[in-house]
Write a protein that binds this ligand. Structure first.
Ligand SMILES: Nc1ncnc2c1ncn2[C@@H]1O[C@H](COP(=O)(O)OP(=O)(O)OP(=O)(O)O)[C@@H](O)[C@H]1O
Length: 264
Protein backbone atom coordinates (compact mmCIF):
# COMPACT_ATOMS: atom_id res chain seq x y z
CA UNK A 1 0.00 0.00 0.00
CA UNK A 2 1.32 3.44 -0.89
CA UNK A 3 1.64 5.89 1.97
CA UNK A 4 2.97 9.41 2.18
CA UNK A 5 6.70 9.42 2.89
CA UNK A 6 7.59 10.07 6.53
CA UNK A 7 9.09 13.45 7.29
CA UNK A 8 9.54 12.97 11.02
CA UNK A 9 12.78 11.94 12.66
CA UNK A 10 10.83 9.76 15.12
CA UNK A 11 11.53 6.06 15.31
CA UNK A 12 9.45 4.32 12.65
CA UNK A 13 7.41 1.32 13.66
CA UNK A 14 4.21 -0.05 12.18
CA UNK A 15 1.21 -0.16 14.46
CA UNK A 16 -0.77 -3.38 14.93
CA UNK A 17 -4.25 -4.18 13.71
CA UNK A 18 -6.75 -3.92 16.53
CA UNK A 19 -9.91 -5.95 16.97
CA UNK A 20 -12.71 -4.44 19.05
CA UNK A 21 -15.73 -6.56 19.84
CA UNK A 22 -18.31 -6.12 22.55
CA UNK A 23 -21.26 -4.40 24.15
CA UNK A 24 -21.38 -1.40 26.47
CA UNK A 25 -24.08 -0.68 29.02
CA UNK A 26 -24.82 2.21 31.36
CA UNK A 27 -26.97 1.73 34.44
CA UNK A 28 -29.71 3.41 32.38
CA UNK A 29 -29.43 0.88 29.52
CA UNK A 30 -27.21 -0.26 26.63
CA UNK A 31 -25.17 2.23 24.62
CA UNK A 32 -24.23 -0.34 21.94
CA UNK A 33 -24.50 -4.09 21.56
CA UNK A 34 -22.25 -6.53 19.70
CA UNK A 35 -20.18 -3.88 17.94
CA UNK A 36 -17.34 -5.45 16.01
CA UNK A 37 -14.67 -3.48 14.22
CA UNK A 38 -11.13 -4.03 13.00
CA UNK A 39 -8.63 -1.18 12.79
CA UNK A 40 -6.13 -1.67 9.99
CA UNK A 41 -2.54 -1.85 11.24
CA UNK A 42 -0.41 1.13 10.26
CA UNK A 43 -3.44 2.80 8.71
CA UNK A 44 -5.81 5.72 9.28
CA UNK A 45 -9.19 4.40 10.36
CA UNK A 46 -11.87 7.10 10.41
CA UNK A 47 -14.90 6.55 12.64
CA UNK A 48 -18.07 8.51 11.88
CA UNK A 49 -21.60 8.34 13.23
CA UNK A 50 -24.34 10.37 14.86
CA UNK A 51 -23.70 12.30 18.03
CA UNK A 52 -24.08 10.15 21.13
CA UNK A 53 -23.75 6.79 19.36
CA UNK A 54 -20.62 5.88 21.33
CA UNK A 55 -17.58 6.86 19.24
CA UNK A 56 -15.68 8.56 22.08
CA UNK A 57 -16.63 5.71 24.38
CA UNK A 58 -14.94 3.24 22.00
CA UNK A 59 -11.79 5.40 22.06
CA UNK A 60 -11.83 5.51 25.84
CA UNK A 61 -12.26 1.73 26.03
CA UNK A 62 -9.31 1.14 23.68
CA UNK A 63 -7.27 3.54 25.79
CA UNK A 64 -8.28 1.68 28.95
CA UNK A 65 -9.81 4.74 30.61
CA UNK A 66 -12.35 4.47 33.37
CA UNK A 67 -15.96 4.72 32.14
CA UNK A 68 -19.27 5.04 33.97
CA UNK A 69 -20.63 1.90 32.32
CA UNK A 70 -19.82 -1.78 31.85
CA UNK A 71 -17.97 -3.18 28.82
CA UNK A 72 -18.51 -6.83 27.98
CA UNK A 73 -16.11 -7.83 25.22
CA UNK A 74 -12.48 -7.82 24.18
CA UNK A 75 -9.99 -5.50 22.55
CA UNK A 76 -6.89 -7.17 21.13
CA UNK A 77 -3.91 -6.35 18.94
CA UNK A 78 -2.95 -8.79 16.19
CA UNK A 79 0.67 -8.90 17.37
CA UNK A 80 -0.57 -10.40 20.65
CA UNK A 81 0.95 -7.67 22.82
CA UNK A 82 -1.12 -5.77 25.40
CA UNK A 83 -2.31 -2.29 24.46
CA UNK A 84 -1.07 -0.77 27.72
CA UNK A 85 1.51 1.99 27.19
CA UNK A 86 1.25 1.72 23.40
CA UNK A 87 -1.53 4.25 22.88
CA UNK A 88 -1.52 8.03 22.67
CA UNK A 89 -4.76 9.97 22.79
CA UNK A 90 -6.07 13.38 21.91
CA UNK A 91 -9.42 14.06 23.56
CA UNK A 92 -12.18 16.37 22.30
CA UNK A 93 -11.25 18.89 24.99
CA UNK A 94 -7.60 19.92 24.80
CA UNK A 95 -6.79 18.90 28.42
CA UNK A 96 -3.95 21.44 28.54
CA UNK A 97 -2.83 22.18 32.08
CA UNK A 98 -3.52 25.88 32.74
CA UNK A 99 -0.42 26.44 34.88
CA UNK A 100 2.01 25.12 32.24
CA UNK A 101 3.08 26.97 29.10
CA UNK A 102 2.72 25.55 25.59
CA UNK A 103 6.15 23.89 25.51
CA UNK A 104 5.72 22.41 29.00
CA UNK A 105 2.28 21.08 28.08
CA UNK A 106 3.71 19.48 24.94
CA UNK A 107 6.38 17.71 26.98
CA UNK A 108 3.98 16.68 29.75
CA UNK A 109 3.76 12.98 28.85
CA UNK A 110 7.49 12.38 29.23
CA UNK A 111 7.62 14.36 32.48
CA UNK A 112 4.72 12.35 33.96
CA UNK A 113 6.61 9.16 33.09
CA UNK A 114 9.74 10.51 34.75
CA UNK A 115 11.57 10.66 31.40
CA UNK A 116 13.63 13.44 29.87
CA UNK A 117 11.41 15.10 27.25
CA UNK A 118 12.62 15.31 23.65
CA UNK A 119 12.47 19.09 23.64
CA UNK A 120 14.05 19.30 20.19
CA UNK A 121 11.19 17.25 18.75
CA UNK A 122 8.65 19.25 20.78
CA UNK A 123 10.10 22.53 19.45
CA UNK A 124 10.03 21.22 15.90
CA UNK A 125 6.41 20.07 16.15
CA UNK A 126 5.28 23.31 17.80
CA UNK A 127 6.86 25.25 14.96
CA UNK A 128 5.19 22.97 12.42
CA UNK A 129 1.75 23.51 14.01
CA UNK A 130 2.37 27.27 13.87
CA UNK A 131 2.99 27.85 17.57
CA UNK A 132 6.72 28.56 17.37
CA UNK A 133 6.17 32.13 18.56
CA UNK A 134 3.94 31.06 21.46
CA UNK A 135 6.03 28.51 23.37
CA UNK A 136 5.98 30.52 26.61
CA UNK A 137 2.27 31.29 26.61
CA UNK A 138 -0.25 29.74 28.98
CA UNK A 139 -3.39 28.08 27.52
CA UNK A 140 -5.66 30.88 28.78
CA UNK A 141 -4.01 33.34 26.39
CA UNK A 142 -4.49 31.11 23.31
CA UNK A 143 -7.44 30.90 20.91
CA UNK A 144 -9.44 27.67 20.73
CA UNK A 145 -7.69 26.70 17.50
CA UNK A 146 -4.25 27.41 18.99
CA UNK A 147 -5.07 25.27 22.01
CA UNK A 148 -6.16 22.45 19.72
CA UNK A 149 -2.88 22.72 17.78
CA UNK A 150 -0.93 22.61 21.06
CA UNK A 151 -2.86 19.46 22.04
CA UNK A 152 -2.10 17.99 18.60
CA UNK A 153 1.62 18.69 19.05
CA UNK A 154 1.48 17.03 22.50
CA UNK A 155 -0.06 13.94 20.89
CA UNK A 156 2.36 13.86 17.96
CA UNK A 157 5.41 14.22 20.19
CA UNK A 158 4.63 10.81 21.68
CA UNK A 159 5.99 8.01 19.53
CA UNK A 160 3.30 5.39 20.14
CA UNK A 161 2.18 2.59 17.81
CA UNK A 162 -1.49 3.41 18.27
CA UNK A 163 -2.93 6.92 18.14
CA UNK A 164 -6.52 7.81 19.02
CA UNK A 165 -7.73 11.22 17.84
CA UNK A 166 -11.14 12.52 18.90
CA UNK A 167 -12.17 15.30 16.51
CA UNK A 168 -8.65 16.80 16.59
CA UNK A 169 -9.21 19.40 13.86
CA UNK A 170 -12.73 20.55 14.76
CA UNK A 171 -11.74 23.98 16.13
CA UNK A 172 -9.48 24.93 13.21
CA UNK A 173 -10.23 27.25 10.33
CA UNK A 174 -10.46 25.53 6.94
CA UNK A 175 -6.94 26.34 5.74
CA UNK A 176 -5.26 25.44 9.02
CA UNK A 177 -7.35 22.27 9.19
CA UNK A 178 -6.04 21.09 5.81
CA UNK A 179 -2.46 21.91 6.87
CA UNK A 180 -2.83 20.06 10.20
CA UNK A 181 -4.39 17.03 8.48
CA UNK A 182 -1.32 16.79 6.24
CA UNK A 183 1.07 17.32 9.13
CA UNK A 184 -0.62 14.63 11.23
CA UNK A 185 -0.77 12.16 8.33
CA UNK A 186 2.97 12.56 7.74
CA UNK A 187 3.98 12.60 11.42
CA UNK A 188 1.90 9.47 12.13
CA UNK A 189 3.06 7.53 9.09
CA UNK A 190 2.90 3.81 9.84
CA UNK A 191 0.96 4.22 13.09
CA UNK A 192 -2.44 2.65 13.66
CA UNK A 193 -4.68 5.71 13.86
CA UNK A 194 -8.31 5.85 14.93
CA UNK A 195 -9.73 9.24 14.04
CA UNK A 196 -13.22 10.20 15.21
CA UNK A 197 -14.63 12.86 12.94
CA UNK A 198 -17.96 14.34 11.85
CA UNK A 199 -16.41 15.65 8.63
CA UNK A 200 -16.96 13.49 5.49
CA UNK A 201 -14.31 15.54 3.63
CA UNK A 202 -11.74 14.73 6.30
CA UNK A 203 -12.53 11.01 6.11
CA UNK A 204 -12.49 10.98 2.29
CA UNK A 205 -9.10 12.67 2.31
CA UNK A 206 -7.33 10.80 5.11
CA UNK A 207 -8.83 7.34 5.56
CA UNK A 208 -7.47 3.98 4.56
CA UNK A 209 -10.69 2.68 6.10
CA UNK A 210 -13.95 4.46 6.89
CA UNK A 211 -16.08 2.93 9.65
CA UNK A 212 -19.64 4.03 10.30
CA UNK A 213 -21.07 3.49 13.76
CA UNK A 214 -24.83 3.46 14.24
CA UNK A 215 -27.27 1.98 16.71
CA UNK A 216 -27.24 -1.10 14.45
CA UNK A 217 -23.48 -1.65 14.79
CA UNK A 218 -20.32 -0.83 12.82
CA UNK A 219 -20.03 -1.08 9.04
CA UNK A 220 -17.32 -0.05 6.59
CA UNK A 221 -17.82 2.52 3.86
CA UNK A 222 -15.91 2.31 0.55
CA UNK A 223 -12.85 4.54 0.30
CA UNK A 224 -11.46 5.96 -2.96
CA UNK A 225 -9.02 3.74 -4.83
CA UNK A 226 -6.21 6.31 -4.56
CA UNK A 227 -4.09 6.23 -1.39
CA UNK A 228 -4.30 8.91 1.32
CA UNK A 229 -3.49 11.76 1.68
CA UNK A 230 -5.89 12.38 -1.20
CA UNK A 231 -6.14 15.44 -3.36
CA UNK A 232 -9.24 17.32 -2.23
CA UNK A 233 -9.93 18.18 -5.90
CA UNK A 234 -9.70 14.59 -7.15
CA UNK A 235 -13.03 13.25 -8.49
CA UNK A 236 -12.89 10.09 -6.36
CA UNK A 237 -12.30 12.17 -3.19
CA UNK A 238 -15.20 14.46 -4.02
CA UNK A 239 -17.60 11.64 -4.86
CA UNK A 240 -16.67 9.72 -1.68
CA UNK A 241 -17.23 12.85 0.41
CA UNK A 242 -20.58 13.61 -1.25
CA UNK A 243 -21.92 10.07 -0.97
CA UNK A 244 -20.84 9.88 2.66
CA UNK A 245 -22.51 13.19 3.48
CA UNK A 246 -25.74 12.02 1.81
CA UNK A 247 -25.64 8.83 3.86
CA UNK A 248 -24.96 10.62 7.15
CA UNK A 249 -27.69 13.20 6.46
CA UNK A 250 -30.21 10.48 5.73
CA UNK A 251 -29.36 8.85 9.04
CA UNK A 252 -29.75 12.05 11.05
CA UNK A 253 -32.52 13.75 9.07
CA UNK A 254 -34.27 16.46 11.05
CA UNK A 255 -37.80 17.22 10.02
CA UNK A 256 -39.19 20.73 10.38
CA UNK A 257 -42.69 19.41 10.02
CA UNK A 258 -44.96 19.52 13.03
CA UNK A 259 -46.62 16.16 13.76
CA UNK A 260 -49.86 17.61 12.36
CA UNK A 261 -48.17 18.64 9.08
CA UNK A 262 -46.58 15.21 8.74
CA UNK A 263 -49.99 13.56 9.14
CA UNK A 264 -51.59 15.56 6.30
N1 LIG B 1 -22.98 8.01 33.03
C1 LIG B 1 -23.74 7.94 31.93
N2 LIG B 1 -24.97 7.38 32.01
C2 LIG B 1 -25.77 7.30 30.92
N3 LIG B 1 -25.40 7.75 29.69
C3 LIG B 1 -24.18 8.32 29.57
C4 LIG B 1 -23.29 8.43 30.68
N4 LIG B 1 -22.13 9.02 30.23
C5 LIG B 1 -22.33 9.25 28.92
N5 LIG B 1 -23.54 8.85 28.52
C6 LIG B 1 -24.10 8.91 27.16
O1 LIG B 1 -23.36 8.04 26.33
C7 LIG B 1 -23.53 8.44 24.98
C8 LIG B 1 -22.28 8.19 24.20
O2 LIG B 1 -21.33 9.23 24.37
P1 LIG B 1 -20.06 9.35 23.40
O3 LIG B 1 -19.32 10.57 23.87
O4 LIG B 1 -19.31 8.08 23.35
O5 LIG B 1 -20.75 9.60 22.00
P2 LIG B 1 -20.13 10.13 20.64
O6 LIG B 1 -20.65 9.24 19.57
O7 LIG B 1 -18.65 10.28 20.75
O8 LIG B 1 -20.81 11.57 20.54
P3 LIG B 1 -20.29 12.96 19.89
O9 LIG B 1 -20.21 12.73 18.41
O10 LIG B 1 -21.40 13.93 20.24
O11 LIG B 1 -18.98 13.31 20.53
C9 LIG B 1 -24.03 9.87 25.01
O12 LIG B 1 -25.38 9.90 24.58
C10 LIG B 1 -23.96 10.25 26.49
O13 LIG B 1 -25.01 11.10 26.87
Amino acid sequence: MTRPAPTSSATLSTGPSIHFKGSFTFSTGPLFEDVSLRLGGGEWNCLLGPSGVGKSTILRLILGLQTDGHFDGEITADDGAALTNRVSYMAQSDLLLPWLNVLENTCLGARLRGQTPDTERAHSLLHRVGLGAHLDKRPASLSGGMRQRAALARTLVEDRDIVLLDEPFSALDAGTRADMQELAAKALWGKTVLLVTHDPAEAARLAHQIILLSSGGATTWPTPASPPIRDIHAPDTISCQAALLDHLRAGTAITNQTPQEGAR
